[in-house]
Design a binder for this molecule. Sequence first.
Ligand code: ADP
Length: 623
Amino acid sequence: MKKSENTWKEGFHLHMRGMKVLNEFCPGRFKVLILRQAVETAAPYVGIYLSALIINELAGLRRPEELWRLVLISLVSAAVIGIGTTLVRHWDEYNSDKRFERITTIFADKLLSMDYAHIDSAEHRAKLNQIKENRNWSMWGLEIAELITGQFFAGLFGILSAAVLTVSLFTSRMPAETAGKLVVLNNPLFIIVIIGALTLTAFLGPVCKNKSNSYFTKFTEETKFGNRIGNFSFVAEDSKKAADVRIYNQQKIIRYYLEYDNTFYPGGPVAKCAAGPMGLWQALGSGISAVLTGFIYLFVCLKAWGGAFGVGSVTQYVGAVTALSANLGSLIWAFGNIKNNMPFMKNVFEFLDVPNKMYKGSLTTEKRSDRQYQVEFKDVSFKYPDSDLWSLRHVNMKFKVGSRLAVVGENGSGKTTFIKLLCRLYDPTEGEILLNGIDIRKYNYDDYMSIFSVVFQDFKLLSQPLGCNVAGAVSYDKDRVLKALNDAGFGERLKTMPEGLDTCIYKEFSKEGVDVSGGEAQKIAIARALYKDAPFIILDEPTAALDPIAEAEIYSKFNEISGDRTAIYISHRLSSCKFCDEIAVFDNGSVVQKGSHEQLLSDESGKYYALWNAQAQYYTEKK
Ligand code: ADP
């Protein structure tokens, strides 16, 4: 008993919190929702009441002036209520249509504000996937929470309105002379019997239906796999994967899974349950409601027969009782689903409540016009959050401002990890990184981030106009964007673009969009880094699409345009970086050598010498 009390309390708490979060994204949303429910549920009762008055008048005194008055009131109220409910409904629907975007924005904002390490973490990815799957699976989570609120208020207002109209059913008494034996129905005991029947009608039916719906929650785990397969079947839609799917005939794998998994098909667990207990509870609910409603109708008709009220009042009570049970149904649906939706809401808040662990200080990095920044790695070691292996080990490094630093080493030696730590996407597991002698954790995070421009190896462009891609904003300085594109070597290609800077990259947003090659995309990404005009500019190894010679050309051009910025180049191809002032050689997560190209090459026992000779065939071909 105690356990279930706690459960309800928790369910309410979670839903109230959900409403608060949703309301923050659309202030006033719930006022409109509640107003709609009040107007829509009360409106039919006005019609029922006025119709009953007209019928009673027709069947009774038949006074023409009273009939005209009632008809006029009915017409005017029907028109006013009709216009009012339509306006409020559209106002609410407009807000409600934005529900999908609002909820998507809530998760997008969380993703953008959470520690980068969390985004990488398998545990948090799984949580987010689960939330998405629950949304697809029947809007469980925040979406259904909004519907529950609507139904809750619909039920509440409806019950209040129906109660007002049914009071006289109990207070009007049958005259002994017309009622005969039926006079027994005047006994106050019948009030209790009928209220009992009303309560049972209202509760038992919906309770059975809720029991039926509760089976949905039990399927969360079973349907996880089915949902994932459903998403997997869209793999051929992804233009980046479509070519591989065709060449390797991968549709066989997709089909295998679709045929193998019967979660949502006849014979599957969901279908079996729908035909079994779910269906039985639904049928029982409908049956109980029908029998008890019939019993109440009988009572109303017998009281009318005995002369307690006129035929018009019969329509009033029958209408009110019917609406009452529907409204109680809404209320119980809402209560039941507060419980059913609870595990899904827990899921939502487990993700939204993931705490950020990174310490973020408040020091400013001072926007120095002389770009005098000095960075030092002091005995830095690092393990990725889900890994037991050291990706960096005891890295010590200092680099001067305005210099050209190259980070070279074989794939997997720790070069990209080094950059990710430098930009504070992760914090070191051991050791510290200093900017102008101060631990970078003490700086304001956004401020610190703003001093870096990075072209990551796996950079992504947005399916947006070229200018927006470069500027990272919808409105931008056109001349600066053009200069950045020209400096990055994209000038000639830009001339062929139909709408210049307004040309959409890729086709997802516009059918006039332009597909760009890997090399062209990289130039746009370099232009984006230049436009940001940060004191540090970093070029992670260009995509594998570039041959060593093209890569070396990009690097030397990049050197030219980097100007007084501190430039860091990463590559596993040594020839690309030999112009740099200092080269750091990474091996197995450690810096094993440092120096200029000539100094490093003169050490014949060193890693650099070995790597250079292993790669020499590429460069001799050029000569
Ligand atoms: P490089 O840039 O030199 O190719 P990386 O810095 O990408 O090397 O990787 C260094 C090591 O860290 C590798 O052993 C790699 O497998 C591991 N690593 C890279 N990214 C992750 C990650 N997100 N989670 C766990 N290990 C990772």
